[in-house]
Design a protein around this ligand. Structure first.
Ligand code: AMP
Length: 414
């Protein structure tokens, strides 16, 4: 029996790899115009980083991490904690009071695989570390919006909320739990568990009875300080002034404990149950929590597979078209030797070319040139060997030009 890939993973075959490279190139260009620099970190980190960073009671840390070597290391389930770990480790705050970093990499979460949800998946994301200015929040949301719209995705909806700071949430939790305690037995098992360990996440429940109960629950926003609300309104105003369409959603919370105040998501109702394209928010306590100086920060992470799903459905992805410029066909051993040398010379000059490696007949070689969409073909036979000249044939119209010195081929191909 042949061996198959692990559940929840996927392979990226050449056609798809071409599309991913297109996406990544575009993402890099936009990050660059927003003056974000790339950061890369190891595929695994000390488990402690995620426990301290994401929070032990979150779904990710409590049940979805790939942990090994006696729990010492974990494949990264997200990038914010690793980026902040590096920020502190290399004193990046000293280098510049505002660090703007982006990443494109793979994440690992032992989730139940389904459409748009994998166990190894890729994200691109950004972290802006050092500013608490509402303009920094606005920049982050506008950066995400520029990328999503830059891909031609039109129907994504931006939802924004503020979840305040820990103290404000504590006051809310008292009222919230008080209200929920009357319905405790009716809540879903997940929400019952969260009631004890992470009540905020109950707001995220998709269970219909939970949602009914939540309808009349106290709303976190009402418990926030005036300064938090004012700050939130400033952000919304800046977004409005810059033509960004969004909806406020006081129920929007996220799966990580590190968020403070602003949270946002980009949603698409064409993604089914996994409807989030991208999520982010402010995390002003995380740097300190991981052992650095108190430093405000904000970021987002976007799911590449889900973006590709929408782009594919809307025909927004390019078809692989990086075809060879030239196919060199040969007849006989001597001409094969010559062809191989010519191939090497042209490749060194940067010309994408191919020849036969399967001992095929001339007819089959021509078929192959056609199959791989080579733009031109030359045939090397005895005559060509002797004269060092070739007929360069354009495949699209069959037209031919004589090239009297194979050293000149490159010029004809440009
Ligand atoms: P998160 O890091 O959970 O805030 O997720 C940010 C984005 O990454 C989501 O909006 C999704 O688009 C994507 N994402 C998260 N988890 C998965 C997964 N298991 N498979 C595919 N995409 C995911």
């Amino acid at each position: 029996m042949p061996i198959q890939k692990p559940k929840g993973t996927y392979d990226i075959l050449p056609e798809k790899a071409f599309q991913r490279n297109f996406l990544e190139k575009k993402v890099r260009e936009i990050f660059n115009t927003f003056n974000y620099s790339e950061i890369r970190t190891p595929a695994f980190e000390k488990t402690e980083l995620f426990k301290r960073g994401i929070g032990e009671e979150t779904d990710i840390v409590s049940k979805e991490m790939y942990t090994f070597k006696n729990d010492e290391f974990t494949l990264k389930p997200e990038m914010t904690a690793p980026v902040i770990r590096a920020y502190i480790e290399y004193n990046l705050g000293n280098e510049s009071p505002l660090q703007k970093l982006f990443y494109i990499c793979n994440m690992f979460r032992r989730e139940r695989p389904q459409a748009g949800r994998f166990r190894e998946f890729s994200q691109f994301g950004a972290e802006s570390i050092g500013s608490s200015d509402p303009y920094a929040d606005a920049e982050m949301i506008m950066l995400a919006d520029t990328i999503i719209r830059g891909f031609g995705i039109k129907d994504s909806v931006i939802k924004i909320n503020t979840i305040g700071g820990a103290e404000e949430r504590e006051i809310f939790f008292k009222e919230f739990k008080n209200y929920l305690s009357a319905y405790l037995n009716e809540l879903s098992p997940d929400s019952q568990r969260r009631f004890v360990i992470n009540p905020l996440r109950i707001l995220d429940s998709k269970n219909p009875r939970d949602r009914e109960i939540l309808n009349d629950a106290p709303v976190l926003y009402q418990f926030l300080n005036e300064s938090t609300k004012k700050n939130f309104e400033s952000i919304l105003l800046i977004l409005n002034e810059n033509g960004i369409m969004f909806e406020t959603d006081y129920m929007l919370v996220r799966g990580f404990d590190y968020y403070t105040s602003t949270t946002f998501e980009f949603l698409s109702d064409r993604l089914g149950a996994q409807n989030a394209l991208l999520g982010g928010g402010r995390y002003d306590m995380l740097v300190q929590q991981l052992g650095g100086k108190p430093t405000p920060a904000i970021g987002f992470a976007a799911g590449i597979e889900r973006i590709l799903m929408i782009m594919e459905a809307d025909n927004l992805l390019p078809v692989k078209n990086d075809f060879p410029k030239l196919f060199i066909a040969s007849i006989g051993e001597e001409s094969k030797k010559f062809s191989f040398k010519l191939l090497e010379t042209l490749r060194k000059k940067g010309v994408k070319c191919e020849t036969d490696f399967l001992g095929r007949s001339l007819k089959s070689q021509m078929k192959e040139a056609n199959r791989i969409n080579a733009e031109y073909v030359v045939v090397i036979g005895d005559e060509e060997l002797k004269s060092n000249s070739v007929m360069l044939k354009k495949m699209s119209d069959g037209s031919e030009v004589k090239v009297t010195d194979t050293d000149n081929l490159e010029n004809y191909l440009k």
